[in-house]
Design a protein around this ligand. Structure first.
Ligand code: ADP
Ligand code: TRP
Length: 322
């Protein structure tokens, strides 16, 4: 069973990314043949600053490793280290109807937000399909926002198989994380860098503490019971503590007698402790020169080996090679 997923290197990681994408990927790395990559070609659809893309890519690699990605278990690589993916994207685009891409929400949303409608943004799902199909992936864990891209991927795989012969490509299964896993930001809306409401995973203690103390709460007086429904503090606290610790905060909310500052301090401590091992691992990684480069070099080598086998099979089917 091959499990594959990609993450875009698009800036500082926040705890929504951690609980929504990285932690599930790390849990899955022991359950199959995991391929995880940094989607730097995809990031170019919105970033044209070389030093920034390079720095973001490196940062994501460091953070993913610090979070527990085990390069012995998972093949961890940069998308652009296997440029063969572009050849497969071209092959897929020859069977891809325009209408299929025109219907993609992600493209329409990005254009509506003011991103210029360049070809790469339009063709994004084709490259994503190539990412998946190039490694004979069986299972692709993604957030709900990527569901349609997985449907495009399956469509394209089926079309290629119809045109060039069954078994040319493996049709993957999506594994869509449910919505209950949405982490709220400090304003109570979905945490997202585009809403500027994030709690970063890593950073300096003081500003991070300040961010958590800024979480929006209501104006219930100190002595009164606090509403537990839709409480951002409780929703976040739940991520970091045991069910019984969570329950005692709920009980305390309902009993009244404490102000929100008290709970935010508790949340801060839980958050800070939760990520302590990852922070320590991150420091170790940073202190070991060449470690990240070596992991990515080895990952690229392994990824390329798989990719070249699959691509050879596809090239034969297309008639590009004998
Ligand atoms: P952002 O919304 O900050 O731009 P991305 O869209 O780059 O984040 O998300 C990268 C991954 O993190 C995706 O798999 C997405 O599902 C997950 N993710 C992002 N924000 C959250 C959140 N608030 N709760 C759960 N998962 C999230
Ligand atoms: N589009 C995905 C996202 O923004 C990232 C991605 C690129 C991806 N290629 C992929 C995810 C292949 C899964 C499989 O989150």
């Amino acid at each position: 069973m091959r499990i594959l997923t990609g993450l875009q290197p698009s800036g500082k990681l926040h705890i929504g990314n951690y609980f929504g994408a990285m932690e599930p990927a790390i849990r899955l790395q022991s359950q199959g043949d995991a391929y995880y990559f940094i989607a730097n070609y995809h990031a170019m659809t919105s970033l044209h600053n070389g030093p920034e893309l390079l720095a973001n890519t490196r940062e994501l690699a460091i953070d993913f490793l610090a979070c527990g990605l085990d390069p012995e278990k998972a093949v961890f690589f940069r998308q652009s280290d296997v440029p063969e993916v572009n050849e497969l994207a071209w092959i897929l685009s020859t069977v891809c109807p325009m209408g299929l891409l025109e219907r993609c929400h992600s493209y329409k949303d990005k254009v509506a937000k003011g991103l210029s409608a360049n070809h790469a943004l339009f063709a994004y799902p084709v490259l994503m399909a190539a990412d998946i199909l190039l490694y004979d992936s069986n299972l692709v864990p993604v957030g709900k926002d990527q569901k349609q891209h997985l449907e495009v991927t399956r469509d394209l795989a089926v079309k290629i198989n119809e045109a060039l012969g069954e078994g040319t490509l493996i049709v993957p299964e999506p594994m869509i994380r449910d919505d209950s896993a949405v982490v709220p930001g400090i304003d109570g809306l979905k945490m997202s860098k585009s809403y500027h409401n994030t709690i970063p995973m890593f950073g300096e203690e003081k500003p991070l503490r300040k961010t958590i103390m800024k979480i929006v709460s209501d104006s219930t007086p100190v002595e009164e019971p606090k509403p537990v429904e839709d409480s951002t503090i409780l929703a976040l606290y739940k991520l970091f503590v045991s069910p019984s610790e969570y329950q005692s905060m709920v009980d305390s909310f309902q009993a009244g007698g404490f102000g929100y500052g008290h709970y935010k301090t508790q949340l801060w401590e839980a958050y800070w402790n939760y990520f302590a091992p990852m922070r320590a691992r991150r420091e170790e990684i940073l202190a070991e020169p060449g470690y990240v480069d070596e992991v990515l070099r080895k990952g690229a080598e392994r990824a390329r080996e798989t990719a070249s086998h699959v691509l050879q099979r596809i090239r034969k089917a297309t008639g590009l090679s004998a």
